[in-house]
Design a protein around this ligand. Structure first.
Ligand SMILES: C[S@@+](CC[C@H](N)C(=O)[O-])C[C@H]1O[C@@H](n2cnc3c(N)ncnc32)[C@H](O)[C@@H]1O
Length: 261
């Protein structure tokens, strides 16, 4: 667990929740008496507010904090204007080929992809192994459950315990998007995502995911990769979809076209 991260809170009302999150994540708990912009003891702080959790960089010039927000901001924009079933992730997973696909997103992260898939009608179970990211996901899902606009979608997103290797149930599709050392010069990973990457690490064991994922899928395993990245575990996919920023490698086990709906 990164030593540069702590759990922080300011108000008495957030204290109990902050204690609980500190004990789940095994991260030190700090009561902040000043804005995190002037707090220098830790490089990052998982701030627990009464209303939400945010991951904040500390110190001067800190990037904008990261909050998992499904009902507004980038997730909402992508839901409304991201291209629906025409976008590459939808084609890679095969959402048009079968209603209500069951998907295991085994590397959920901030669940942006999981949310896209759920908004296109998939039932998405998610695994995330980093405890502080899991807490952010729980917080995002809890707030979304109160939103008239997105609660129908997020009710089809379930955060599972444990990681991919702890699971043996079958899914129509298993989706993988492990971290990859950043390659583009123009920080395509925006500033705030760069610090998420700092804390979560590079997923050096990512190659191990493919075999297990393929065993669990009924129809296909889909792997999201940055442009130019090698195939996961060096295994050539059945086919791939190349986009501007990256590509999807599709490992087909059985055709979705022949599947009864
Ligand atoms: C690039 S991020 C995924 C981003 C995600 N697709 C999104 O849309 O927000 C990769 C995430 O996978 C998680 N991860 C990597 N290997 C994992 C494993 N074996 N089990 C569960 N989570 C894993 C990492 O902790 C990290 O949060």
């Amino acid at each position: 667990m990164p030593s540069s991260l702590c759990v922080g809170y300011e108000s008495n009302l957030a204290q109990v929740a902050a204690h609980e999150i500190s004990s789940i994540t095994q991260l030190p708990l700090v009561r902040l008496k000043t804005s995190f912009k002037f707090f220098t003891e830790y490089a990052y702080v998982l701030m627990v507010h009464e209303t939400h959790i945010e991951l904040a960089q500390t110190g001067k010039g800190a990037a904008k904090p990261v909050v998992i927000e499904f009902a507004s901001g980038a997730n909402d924009h992508r839901r409304k204007f991201g291209g629906g079933k025409g976008q590459d992730i939808a084609k890679a997973v095969g959402v048009s080929k079968r209603k209500g696909l069951s998907v295991l997103d085994a590397t959920a992260g901030l669940a942006r992809d999981a949310f896209v898939l759920a908004s296109l009608g998939c039932r998405v179970d998610m695994c995330e192994r980093v405890p502080f990211v899991r807490e952010m996901l729980k917080d995002g899902l809890k707030r979304a459950s109160l939103s008239l606009e997105v609660s129908d979608i997020t009710s089809n997103m379930v955060l599972l315990e444990g990681q991919l290797f702890d699971h043996s149930s079958a899914y129509d599709v298993v989706y993988l998007d492990p971290m990859f050392p950043h390659m583009e010069k123009s920080a395509a990973a925006k500033k705030e995502m760069a610090f998420f990457r700092d804390l979560v690490g590079q997923d050096d064991d990512a190659d191990l995911l493919l075999d297990h994922a393929y065993q669990l899928c009924r129809f296909r395993t889909v792997v999201k990769r940055p442009k130019g990245a090698p195939y996961l575990n060096g295994v050539e996919p059945t086919y791939k979809l190349e986009g501007k920023a990256g590509r999807f490698d599709i490992y087909v086990k059985s055709s979705l076209d022949s599947a009864p709906n």
